[in-house]
Design a binder for this molecule. Structure first.
Ligand code: UTP
Length: 416
């Protein structure tokens, strides 16, 4: 059997007749291409995901309890200094690296290029989001006398554009040998009946597999091996779209060392019961994050004796992982979260259809689900005005406008 025949067999076995029908309209070369893609895919996994679509949400039935974070200002000054020193030792001895997740689509921002290439009008001069992250790293390098290795996760969709952007901007003067790009994985989309879609490029339509894909792709692309060669012990993994993200936080690193945990995270207090962020909590006794859509209003509104929200530790994509746990997480299959979205496709006559309504499921894993695979994690509560200014939406909350204000206010009052 040749590859086309093998692929057709596989499609028949999994009842993907619509793909077979569209394929019949393709040239031999097109058939060969899509067949190679089909042969690489894990249809069993996809079938299992489809079978679970109608089941309840991932957290349904789990016992949810609040969790407390360490507040920096509640620490004795000597203790804080000791923790900071531990963190500083890790950084100055070259055992620390940073990874930036920039494989997202940034749909809410409505910007068609990779989000990191978005220019934001901060003072005194406008900067690209990638440039802001790079500047943070350069300041830390200067302060600690090191060069922090920088791993940048891209996607199949935006990888070439991101690399081109870095070249055009001379890597914002970061040492090129210490910047490594790696692509995240993809997952096929399926429609409401579990059928695969074919895209305009005459291939099965796939999309990025979510920021939880970082662990596996770090391994597949040799990042974990590179980290080991460099003697890295801790890796900070952060998002591209928080213009106040503190990637090199010696308190967070020192706290992880002190507590002897493999994961540490920095939270900020939710700005009100209705803010649309996930909160860190305990799920069936293990640390996890519950999304805003899953938390009942009564829970969301409950406060403690300080008047702080009990379920208020927002997860802000500010996470630290030991290389040891990254190696373990690379082998784990994180749960998939589904999102029903609009996606163009070719119909059975190979005509392009642009649906008006959502028509297909996208499957993503989330980085915070990794918390469930360790016994405990350290949580440090940061401050919103110092740590969290996300660029998510085109306007309103968490938009360029709000991020610019937070960034400018921070830099007016602080010198690092
Ligand atoms: P978000 O979940 O906010 O997604 O990503 P997004 O793509 O930026 O924006 P929307 O939801 O489409 O509007 C949080 C971080 O995770 C990264 C993003 O690049 C961002 O840094 N991410 C997200 C990935 O690297 N890969 C993904 O598949 C998804």
């Amino acid at each position: 059997m040749n590859n086309v025949e093998k692929a057709m067999e596989k499609l028949k076995k999994y009842n993907q007749d619509s793909v077979l029908k569209v394929m019949a309209k393709f040239t031999e070369e097109e058939k060969e291409k899509i067949s190679n893609q089909i042969l690489e895919m894990n249809f069993e996994n996809l079938k299992n995901l489809f079978d679970t679509l109608s089941k309840e949400e991932i957290n349904a039935g789990k016992k949810i309890e609040p969790i407390s974070a360490l507040k920096k200002n509640k620490l004795e000054p000597e203790k804080l200094e000791e923790i900071n020193k531990k963190g500083e030792n890790i950084v100055t001895s070259g055992k620390f690296a940073v990874a930036t997740m920039s494989g997202g689509q940034g749909t809410r921002l409505g910007y068609s290029k990779p989000k990191g290439t978005f220019k934001i009008e901060v003072s005194p001069k406008p900067k690209y989001l990638f440039e802001i992250v790079c500047d943070t790293l350069k300041r830390a390098n200067e302060k600690y006398g090191v060069i922090i290795p920088w791993y940048i996760m891209t996607s199949e969709e935006n990888n070439d554009e991101i690399i081109k952007f870095f070249k055009e901007n001379n890597y914002f003067d970061y040492p090129k040998k210490d910047v490594m790009f790696f692509k995240q994985g993809q997952m096929p989309l399926i429609d409401e009946n579990g059928k695969l879609l074919i895209g305009e490029n005459k291939l099965i339509k796939e999309a990025s597999d979510g920021n939880g894909g970082i662990f596996k792709s770090m391994e597949i692309n040799g990042c974990l091996e590179d980290m080991e060669k460099r003697g890295i012990k801790w890796v900070f993994i952060g998002s591209i779209d928080n213009v106040l993200l503190k990637m090199v936080d010696t308190t967070l690193i020192g706290l992880a060392e002190e507590r002897k945990v493999d994961i540490a995270t920095k939270s900020v207090l939710k700005n009100g019961p209705k803010e649309r962020v996930g909160v860190i909590c305990k799920k069936d006794g293990k640390v996890g994050v519950i999304e805003y859509s899953e938390i009942r209003p009564k829970m969301a509104e409950a406060v403690d004796e300080d008047g702080d929200l009990i379920y208020g530790e927002s997860h802000i994509m500010c996470n630290l992982f030991s290389v040891n746990i990254l190696k373990k997480l690379a082998k784990v299959v994180l749960p998939y979260h589904k999102a029903f979205k609009k996606n163009n496709y070719l119909d059975e006559n190979a005509n392009l259809i642009k649906p008006e309504e959502p028509n297909s499921y996208k499957f993503e894993t989330f980085i915070f689900d990794s918390f469930n695979y360790v016994d405990d994690i350290a949580i440090l509560r940061g401050k919103r005005e110092e740590d969290f200014a996300p660029v998510k939406n085109k306007e309103g909350a968490d938009s360029p406008e709000t991020a610019i204000k937070l960034y400018n206010d921070y830099w007016k009052n602080n010198k690092e």
